[in-house]
Design a protein around this ligand. Sequence first.
Ligand code: NGQ
Ligand code: ZN
Length: 459
Amino acid sequence: MSAFFADHARLADGWRRNVLLEWDDDGTLVRVAPDSAAPAGAERAKGPVVPGMPNLHSHAFQRAMAGLTEYRASVADTFWSWRDLMYRFAARIGPESLADIAHWLYIEMLKAGYTSVCEFHYVHHAPGGAPYANRAELAERVVDAAGRAGIGITMLPVLYEHGGFNKAAPRDDQRRFLNTPDALLALIDSLARARPENGMRRYGVAPHSLRAVSGESLAAVLEGLDARFDRAPVHIHVAEQTAEVEACVAATGRRPVQWLLDHFNVDERWCLVHATHIDAGECARLAGSGAVAGLCLTTEANLGDGVFPSRDYLDVGGRIGVGSDSHVGVDWRSELRLLEYGQRLCRQQRNVLASPTQSRPADRLFDAALDGGAHATRRPVGALSQGMRADWLVLDDAHPGIGGHAPETWLSSAVFCEHGDTPVRDVFVSGRKVIDARRHAQEDEALARYRAALRGLLD
Ligand code: NGQ
Ligand code: ZN
């Protein structure tokens, strides 16, 4: 049993004083007791403690192309022209480079205060499209990178079959992504055999999008998943672009979110990534389903996706979480800030995402993203309470945005204000201190390898 003591910690009922955290050898919290005395010998937090944030959407390899597509390549650059460049980059990824990129990325996530990641993993095969001798080669590299860095992972191997609606033939540059439902389930089997689930990793599935997966295949892969795991997570990209909505209506007569809600039992084990373009009816139904809307604000802004109707969705009780997706930003603070700022810019108002019970948007969005993010990982994370994994962040008392502030404004300051360094000082995952004074023990070596991998890819 281990113990940690915090003068201030954010529990389910808000900021509490003198909180004692105790956890067992498996990294699970066995006691969270406010108004306690500090036991002799227990480590003491050097600032306010908050739960670690789950990152619900990541394509790890894309970290290495951040910044490389910020130039005008055609008269009207769009998501689709970005995707062409991204596919060209994906074509160069190999087992070694992916391992090095993911390892460095996951260290960056930990430093920012993400303690879990959901990896939406779709580059499966060798360049050209032939499976590796081990079908799960690349997925295994990513899972191992997470293990080395010390971040919890929900690995979601992606089912990708078609190049567009109506089972359009895949493009050549999509060959590395392709699997049938059976082949994908075989990949998951071999992965789960080689790297069994434990307190730090869990498996699920990600049908890429309604563009890439037919209704029958989606049903088949879910059936296979349910035969193997207990209510494993299901993540899907949906309604990110208006062109997708139009193509879906043309092919099926329904909008993508509507189609999904009409054909599948979409509930809290689902994460609908982006769901940007939803109408009022879809908004209410999605909120009522219990599914998580996986919002990736920095990527959605970067790709010119549009603005998710977060005010309306949150008002009717919708569940949200945040993800860093293409990793142009790797910080939950930027995601939450942009979530509020998108609404401010559209509505010419301030503090739009406050609620009747939480007048500060940062507090409300932080709590909401913990809850939705935890649902998306389908692990006991996202709160400091008994039975949860011992994941937390220590905000730095010495940071200008924290020290000197009263507890009411700690999160507002963290989310909306920049003072150079992140306010996240120390990070614990499963009871292990993985970031100590903003440093990860492997970061120098990981950065050197990342830089070498990048040089190789850009050659
Ligand atoms: C992806 N990215 O899977 O990386 C996608 C682009 C696609 C985002 N949706 C590829 N942000 O949608 O076909
Ligand atoms: Zn994505």
